[in-house]
Design a protein around this ligand. Structure first.
Ligand code: FES
Length: 356
C-alpha cells in the first residue's frame, strides 16, 4: 500500500514538477532524514522504479521503468545497465531499451539457461521495485537515413523495435524494412505490435524452427530485396547469425561502413572449456603475455589488466563495442563476430593468440 503510494507520488512528481526541479530541490535538502523518507529522489545515484511488468511471450517479459531525476534521456537503440542483488552479491547486466516514452523506458528480458540476472528479473521483477541502473549508453542509434533495413534474430528485436518506432514517428516517414527471425510462432516478441506496424512499413517475421515447408530465413528474404545496396542496415542478434549476415553482405559487396551492429549482453555463462595456458600477443602494446594458473577463466581484458596492459574498454559486458580488437591468429571463445573480438567478454582458446 505504502509502496504503491510512493510509486504514484514519484510518477506524479516526475511528470508535473520535472527532473531539473526535483534535482534542485533534492540536492538542496539532502540529509539523513530526507534520504530515509524518499530514497528514490534523495540520492546521488541513478535508479529506476518498476511501474509495470508484462508478458511478451512464454519466456519474455517487458519491464517498464521510471528512472529518477539523475538518469539522462535515452535514445532508441541504446541500452542501460541494471543491477540486482542475488544472495547478497550485486550483479549487473546490460539490456537494450525496447520502448522510450517521455518519463519512462522499458527493457524486454528473456529467461534463458544460465542467464543469472535475466532469470532473476523474470522471476522477481514487480511493480514498485527499485533498481540501480546506469545512464543510457550505446551508439546503435538512428542517424537520419531515408532508407533503412533493420535485421534481427531472437531478442535482437529489442533495440530494432525501439528504432522502428522512432523511424515511424519521424517526418517525413522513413522507408524502413524490418526482418525479424524467431524460432517458432510462440517465440515472436512484440507480435501484435509488429502486425500493427505492418500497415506503415514492410515487416517480415521469419521462422527458423518450424516444419521445412514453413521455414524462412533472413538470407532468403534478403535475396528478394532489390534495393538492398541502397539501404543503411542495423543488425542485432546472436553472434553466429550476425556472422552469416555479414558474410552475405560481403559477398554482395555491400558497403559495410553503412552497417550498424549491436551485440547481445553476455548474460549467459560462456563455456570457456578446458583452458590451456595460452601465450597472448597484444599487437597494440607489442607485448606478449604468458598466462599463468591464476589467469584461467579470465577474459582477455582481465588477463591483459592482470599483466599491466591497459586495453581500451567501456561497459565490460560486451555491449558498447569500445574494446573491439582484431583476432590476427589463434582462437577465442565468447564474444566474437568474424575477426572482430570483444576482449571484455572473450576468452583465449588456443595455445597462441594474437590480438591486433
Ligand atoms: S564491448 Fe564494452 S568494453 Fe567490451
Amino acid at each position: 500500500m505504502l509502496n504503491e503510494l510512493a510509486l504514484s507520488v514519484s510518477q506524479w512528481a516526475l511528470k508535473n514538477i520535472g527532473r531539473e526541479w526535483i534535482d534542485y530541490l533534492a540536492s538542496n535538502t539532502m540529509n539523513v532524514g530526507t534520504k530515509r523518507v524518499a530514497p528514490f529522489f534523495w540520492t546521488y545515484d541513478c535508479q529506476a522504479k518498476i511501474i509495470n511488468v508484462s508478458h511478451e511471450t512464454h519466456d519474455t517479459i517487458t519491464i517498464e521503468l521510471l528512472p529518477n531525476q539523475h538518469v539522462a534521456q535515452a535514445k532508441a537503440g541504446q541500452y542501460i545497465e541494471i543491477s540486482v542483488t542475488i544472495d547478497g552479491q550485486q550483479h549487473s547486466r546490460c539490456y537494450s531499451l525496447s520502448q522510450i516514452n517521455r518519463e519512462t523506458v522499458a527493457v524486454t528480458v528473456k529467461r534463458k539457461e544460465g542467464g543469472l540476472v535475466s532469470n532473476w528479473l523474470y522471476q522477481h521483477a514487480q511493480r514498485g521495485m527499485c533498481l540501480p541502473i546506469s545512464h543510457p549508453q550505446g551508439h546503435f542509434v538512428y542517424q537520419g537515413q531515408a532508407q533503412v533495413l533493420l535485421i534481427s534474430a531472437g531478442s535482437g528485436i529489442t533495440p530494432c523495435y525501439a528504432l522502428l518506432n522512432e523511424m515511424l514517428a519521424v517526418e517525413p516517414v522513413v522507408d524502413v524494412v524490418l526482418m525479424a527471425q524467431f524460432k517458432t510462432p510462440k517465440d515472436v516478441i512484440f507480435a501484435k505490435a509488429l502486425q500493427g506496424a505492418a500497415s506503415s512499413c514492410q515487416i517480415h517475421t521469419l521462422l527458423s524452427r518450424v516444419e521445412e515447408s514453413a521455414k524462412q530465413s533472413v538470407i532468403t528474404q534478403l535475396e528478394q530485396q532489390p534495393e538492398l545496396l541502397e539501404r543503411d542496415i542495423y543488425l542485432c542478434g546472436p553472434a553466429g547469425f550476425m556472422d552469416s549476415i555479414v558474410d552475405y553482405l560481403t559477398i554482395k559487396q555491400y558497403d559495410l561502413t553503412r552497417l550498424q551492429v549491436e551485440r547481445f549482453s553476455f548474460d549467459n555463462a560462456v563455456v570457456v572449456g578446458e583452458q590451456c595456458l595460452s601465450e597472448i600477443y597484444f599487437q597494440s602494446h607489442n607485448t606478449t603475455v604468458k598466462m599463468n594458473e591464476a589467469d584461467k577463466g579470465k577474459t582477455l581484458l582481465e588477463i591483459a589488466e592482470a599483466h599491466g596492459i591497459e586495453l581500451e574498454h567501456g561497459c565490460r559486458t560486451g555491449m558498447c563495442g569500445s574494446c573491439k580488437c582484431r583476432l590476427v591468429q589463434g582462437e577465442v571463445t565468447g564474444n566474437q563476430l568474424g575477426i572482430a573480438v570483444y576482449p571484455c567478454t572473450a576468452y583465449p582458446a588456443s595455445s597462441k593468440v594474437v590480438i591486433g
